[in-house]
Design a protein around this ligand. Structure first.
Ligand SMILES: Nc1ncnc2c1ncn2[C@@H]1O[C@H](COP(=O)(O)OP(=O)(O)O)[C@@H](O)[C@H]1O
Ligand SMILES: [Mg+2]
Length: 332
């Protein structure tokens, strides 16, 4: 069956060459921000994307929202390449920005901010626009009074709700939510997560929920992808990932939040920063920080492991598990 949105072997490399290097055709080095990601998101599904800062989450989100073009590979919405779909269909794929204060015009009140996308959807009668503004505000849990407020009069949580209302005005089927709770406190975070989850279920909207915060992703996502230096290293249904993490990096991430649970068994700790995506380590990109490399052996720095299924919906990229390519009964 065709997925709602699908990335197939998508890569996004950025050139790091200076103007002088470019002038002299020296090329410079490449930043492998996203390096071969394959991902399907079904209708109504909420997929969480986690990983440390700089691992390529935003770049992958922009690729899936059609705001970045892949260096290689393809992104398809309902089976059609995002690069050449009509403007009407293009609106069905939207991005909720990380910092709403920066994405909302401070000179416009909420009414003006919301009426722009409403008009874009073909509604022109004033009464119709007003009714839609009120229903959008209601959908995001704000009263009609907010229509006359300006962004500087709103709290972080209220701003994020207005930004969501503006996105919903375009009647999207898929929204990339890029760290929508990174700039708000704990209480507001839970409210926003609940709101996103309710809206997704009610309207059947699919979400890619990006966060470096595993507890937020656990709260909202049906399925979770763990990203490390441009690659997905583990992918599983949310509960499965938390109950049976298989990749040493996932174990280390979970270990970092297990501080709140004194009975948690420590499987791996994460030390230091991830290496630069400009010069990723040879072999498995995680091997310099991995607690299991000694146990597994030299293969970890000799070859890059493939993302392979442990079961139908649990994929992992690690040599701790026998490679399926050697097993003719299982397909990658
Ligand atoms: N427009 C760009 N030009 C050059 N490098 C970029 C650009 N956007 C992102 N990068 C680099 O790509 C890598 C991944 O960045 P990003 O996708 O923002 O990661 P994350 O969202 O996980 O923090 C980083 O090393 C970042 O510096
Ligand atoms: Mg980011």
């Amino acid at each position: 069956m065709t997925a709602l949105i699908e990335a197939e072997s998508v890569k996004r490399y950025y050139s790091n060459a200076s103007w002088l290097q470019r002038l002299l055709f020296l090329g410079g080095s490449e930043i492998q921000a996203v390096d071969g990601v394959t991902l399907r998101i079904e209708k109504g599904e909420i997929v969480g994307l986690v990983g440390e800062s700089g691992c390529g989450k935003t770049t992958l989100g922009w690729l899936l929202a059609g705001l970045e073009q892949p260096t290689e590979g393809a992104v398809r919405f309902k089976g059609r390449s995002l690069g050449n779909i009509d403007a009407e269909t293009r609106k069905k794929v939207q991005l909720l920005f990380q910092y709403p204060r920066e994405s909302l015009n401070p000179r416009h009140n909420v009414r003006t901010i919301l009426s722009y996308p409403i008009r874009k959807m073909g509604h022109t009668a004033t009464a119709d626009i007003t009714a839609r503004i009120h229903s959008l505000l209601e959908a995001v849990g704000l009263s009609a009074r907010y229509a006359d407020r300006y962004s500087f009069q709103l709290s972080g949580g209220e701003l994020q709700r207005v930004a969501l209302a503006r996105t919903l005005a375009l009647e999207p089927e898929f929204i990339v939510c890029d760290e929508p709770t990174s700039a708000v406190d704990m209480n507001v975070k839970v409210q926003i997560l609940k709101l996103l989850s309710d809206i997704s279920r009610e309207k059947g909207i699919s979400l890619l929920f990006i966060s470096h915060d595993l507890s937020a992703v656990r709260f909202i996502a049906d399925r979770i992808c763990v990203m490390y230096l441009g690659k997905i290293v583990e992918q599983a249904p949310a509960q499965q990932l938390f109950d049976h993490p298989c990749h040493p990096y996932t174990m280390a991430l979970l270990d970092a939040i297990a501080d709140i649970d004194p009975n948690a068994i420590r499987k791996a700790s994460l030390h230091g920063q991830p290496p630069s995506p400009m010069a990723p380590p040879a072999g498995c990109r995680f091997h310099p920080r991995c607690a299991y490399t000694e146990q597994v052996g030299t293969i970890c720095w000799e070859r890059g492991p493939a993302l392979q299924p442990l079961s139908t919906d649990h994929l992992v990229r690690c040599f701790l598990y026998p490679e399926v390519s050697q097993d003719p009964d299982r397909k990658q």
